[in-house]
Design a protein around this ligand. Structure first.
Ligand code: PHE
Length: 352
């Protein structure tokens, strides 16, 4: 091979200058363009190879060839950037003009699905059963007046429930409702009888231990009509127990006192955990060996409550009951501590 001369080196540079624009043009992807660029300007690239031939030429010639090489290098760099931008633009155009995503296709990865909280599950089931019996949902506020939460329900002003220690009061004299019985007052004051309502909702009391939470849920249920008796109340409670806890679940009423009912009772259902095949209960730790679990308070609506709402107690009678949703959930699932329902531990919640 002949020794390189300034003229032959210049010729090689000239050939490269003539060829590179077409080579860049021919690169159809960013990767191909980068590869081509590396072949020309890279450490082992063509420009380096040509310049490597300068060892045997004069210092003057080296200088002028060096200047040529620098020009060429700059032009290659400019052309590379231009082509890179053009490729980016055309791939974006192609993306925008492509057929749109098919949003109806299923996702590739199924995230594990969540589910309703046990309190929601139980509340919805209670509502479903009572709705199917014929009750309609009635709503009302959680921030309530003393009059609607207590006074019109027949609580005397010094009743312990009205005490600062037992309820959450606001500075303007209202309180977070302590039960859903406020809905009885609201419905009966605004709707002429007959009526049959349920009111699921959140209530608040200053209580906090294994069986009491400062915030919990109730479902109120009440019926006002002519000649409603305790038999109707017992009938609805029995039907509820059958459908919610299973057929043959016994119900018992224990006399009890609430200011807004007369007579009043607390209601127990047979413990679902120690039921024998013959229907009797053995008694277990869940029901504290009694065979019974308390789920609600109930009674016949007090005549004074009717009067407070503008309803004639000579014409109308009614029953009411208020059920604790957490209590029912604890009975249903055998949950020993109410706080488990509020700690949001996924290991607990995943069981429902
Ligand atoms: N409001 C009562 C409570 O929270 C329950 C109840 C409702 C009792 C309706 C009788 C009638 O304890």
């Amino acid at each position: 091979m002949e020794a390189p001369t300034p003229a032959s080196i210049e010729r090689s540079l000239g050939e490269l200058r003539a060829a590179f624009p077409k080579r860049f043009e021919a690169a159809a992807t960013e990767q191909a363009l980068r590869d081509e660029n590396a072949k020309i300007l890279g450490k082992k690239g063509e420009l380096k190879a040509i310049l490597g031939q300068m060892g045997s030429i004069s210092a003057d010639a080296r200088k002028s060839i060096g200047a040529l090489a620098n020009d060429l290098k700059r032009d290659v760099e400019v052309a590379f950037d231009k082509r890179l931008q053009a490729l980016a633009r055309s791939s974006r155009d192609a993306e925008l003009n492509a057929p749109p995503f098919d949003l109806t296709l299923p996702g590739r990865q199924l995230a594990p699905l969540g589910h309703a909280h046990p309190i929601s599950i139980v509340r919805d089931e209670i509502v479903d059963v009572l709705e199917s019996i014929g009750f309609a949902v009635h709503d009302g506020p959680e921030l309530e007046t003393e009059e609607t939460n207590f006074t019109k329900l027949g609580f005397p002003p010094d009743h312990p429930a009205t005490d600062m220690q037992d309820s959450f009061w606001t500075t303007d004299g209202r309180l977070l409702r302590t039960h859903t019985s406020n809905i009885q007052i609201r419905a009966m004051s605004s709707i002429p009888p007959p009526m049959a309502f349920i009111a699921p909702g959140v209530v608040y009391r200053r209580d906090d231990d294994a069986t009491h939470s400062p915030m919990f849920h109730q479902v109120e249920c009440f019926l006002v009509d002519r000649r409603v008796t305790v038999a109707h109340l017992k009938g609805v409670l029995g039907e509820f127990a059958e459908r919610f806890f299973g057929s043959g679940t016994p119900v018992r009423l224990r006399p009890s006192y609430f200011p807004f009912v007369e007579p009043g009772a607390e209601v127990d259902v047979g413990c679902p955990f120690c039921k024998r095949p013959d229907g009797t209960r053995a008694g277990c730790s869940v029901c504290k060996r009694t065979g019974w679990m308390e789920i609600l308070g109930c009674g016949m609506i007090h005549p004074v409550v009717f009067e407070n709402c503008g309803i004639d107690p000579e014409q109308w009678t009614g029953f009411a009951f208020g059920m604790g949703v957490e209590r029912v959930a604890m009975v249903r699932y055998g949950i020993p501590d109410i706080r488990l329902l509020f700690e949001n531990d996924p290991r607990f919640l995943a069981q429902f």
